[in-house]
Design a protein around this ligand. Structure first.
Ligand code: AMP
Ligand code: GLY
Length: 433
């Protein structure tokens, strides 16, 4: 069959790598792709916001199945448009993608279905929002309702910070994403990224992961899209996975189906593992980036039948197999990210790095120029490795990072530190099941 993958980041390179390994795939296209994805797929210069152009490409190239990477096209209804044109697509429709597109929608759904999450209220004006902030006290979360590319969440340590965040969002700094504000109680615990494949009526758990959102070592510095990740997440014991499925994911899938917006695709739950068990921080309607990079390294089964079963509503009897190994990824970003950064600096040493044992390199923001690979984004490369433990995966990953010659880039040196510390404390062996 012929598959079209939409997106251009490290997540899409990892998905392309796994899709290309499937014996079911004849031709794999990716729009728009990047220099790394071009090793796995035929990259096509399509504007993926132009649904008519995507549909025309599918018709002209006998595309049987479209896999959507990022959230923007999902929230814009690209799956509905493709399906209406009789092209099968993986991902939620527009109404189901509200689980990511509107924080208020998700919080209301949690409340109505007793899904554990932080206490909250929604506001359309600053004065009542500020009253609620004063009532709950700091620390407290102030969030813009809509998609704000990671800039819509303020973790306010003090009341003054929280009040200023309310003003900032209502001042229109985030555009229409900030026409409504959600204020939430601060939850304490350890975070985990949890993924489930959903087919509209049921769901199966994928592996768990943890990502590092802050830019600098020691989890300091500004928030980013993610500077690294590893899998599995030690906090996601089999019991915690079972509770997450029973208390959070499955009730969500049932509620979406009951309201006529069945959720198909991958549901990414950002979790806080608290003393009382798992609580939902937020949903994303897509695979995580960079979590997908480590998930794909651990997935033994063919990805294609799994995605098709999700689309066809056939997951009930489906089973996925995983390698028992751990996997870790380090993001190499352009200096200045997540603020201003330069594009176009040359990257060398990729081949030597990729030749090391257990190492895989995914491109997040690169392009080929005059026979060289150059940086073309903020997050530029994902250096990944598998290992028997997170510690071994970490050692292998950084050995590969050290082969890469890119003066214009930087990365964190401590990805996976919590898991490695846990492994050391438990005698160097595996700290997870
Ligand atoms: P979000 O974009 O909603 O994932 O939030 C970004 C980050 O803010 C999360 O990864 C958490 O670290 C933190 N966060 C969000 N909501 C809460 C909450 N209710 N309690 C504690 N931390 C939170
Ligand atoms: N790594 C978090 C995300 O994909 O949103």
């Amino acid at each position: 069959m012929n598959i079209l993958l939409l997106g251009a980041g490290g997540r899409e390179h990892a998905l392309a790598w796994k899709l290309a390994a499937s014996p079911l795939v004849d031709r794999l296209y990716c729009a728009p792709g990047n220099a790394g994805i071009a090793q796995e797929a035929e990259c096509v210069a399509l504007d993926i916001a132009d649904h008519a152009a995507v549909i025309a490409f599918c018709k002209n190239n006998a595309v049987d199945f479209v896999v959507v990477g990022p959230e923007a096209p999902l929230c814009a209804g690209i799956v509905d448009d493709l399906e209406a044109a009789h092209i099968k697509a993986f991902g939620p429709g527009k109404l189901a993608a509200r689980l990511e597109g509107s924080k208020g929608f998700t919080k209301d759904l949690c409340k109505a279905n007793n899904i554990p999450t932080a206490a909250y209220e929604r506001f359309k004006a600053a004065a009542p929002a500020k009253d609620y902030v004063r009532r709950l006290g700091a620390p407290i979360l102030v969030k813009a309702d809509g998609l704000a590319a990671g800039k819509g969440v303020v973790v306010a340590e003090t009341l003054d910070e929280a009040l200023a965040a309310v003003d900032m969002i209502f001042a229109g700094n985030l555009g229409s994403a900030g026409s409504e504000v959600v204020i939430e109680e601060f939850m304490r615990g350890e975070e985990a990224s949890f993924f489930a494949l959903c087919d509209g009526t049921t769901a199966i758990a994928l592996a768990s992961a943890q990502d590092h959102k802050r830019a600098f070592d020691g989890d300091k510095g500004p928030n980013t899209g993610g500077m690294g990740a590893y899998s599995p997440a030690a906090v996601m014991t089999p019991e915690m996975t079972r509770r997450t499925m029973d208390e959070i994911v499955l009730p969500t899938v049932r509620a979406m189906s009951a309201m006529g917006a069945p959720y198909k695709g991958v549901l990414f739950a950002g979790l806080m593992i608290t003393a009382d068990g798992p609580k939902l921080i937020e949903y994303n309607a897509r695979f995580g980036d960079p979590e997908t990079q480590v998930l794909m390294l651990r997935l033994m089964s063919d990805l294609v039948p799994a995605l098709i079963a999700a689309r066809d509503g056939q997951l009930k009897t489906f089973d996925l197999r995983w390698y028992p190994d751990a996997a870790l990824t380090v993001v190499m970003a352009a200096k200045g990210y997540p603020g201003n950064y330069a594009k176009g600096s040359a990257i060398e040493g990729l081949r030597e790095a990729a030749a090391l044992d257990g190492v895989e390199i995914f491109h997040a923001g690169t392009k080929a120029e005059g026979g060289k690979i150059v940086a073309n984004g903020g997050r530029v490369l994902n250096i990944c490795a598998r290992g028997k433990t997170v510690g071994e995966a970490q050692t292998r990953t950084y050995a590969a990072v050290d082969k890469i010659r890119w003066p214009g880039g930087f990365c964190r040196r401590d990805i996976g530190w919590q898991a490695v510390a846990r492994e050391k404390a438990s005698g160097g062996g595996r700290a997870f099941s």
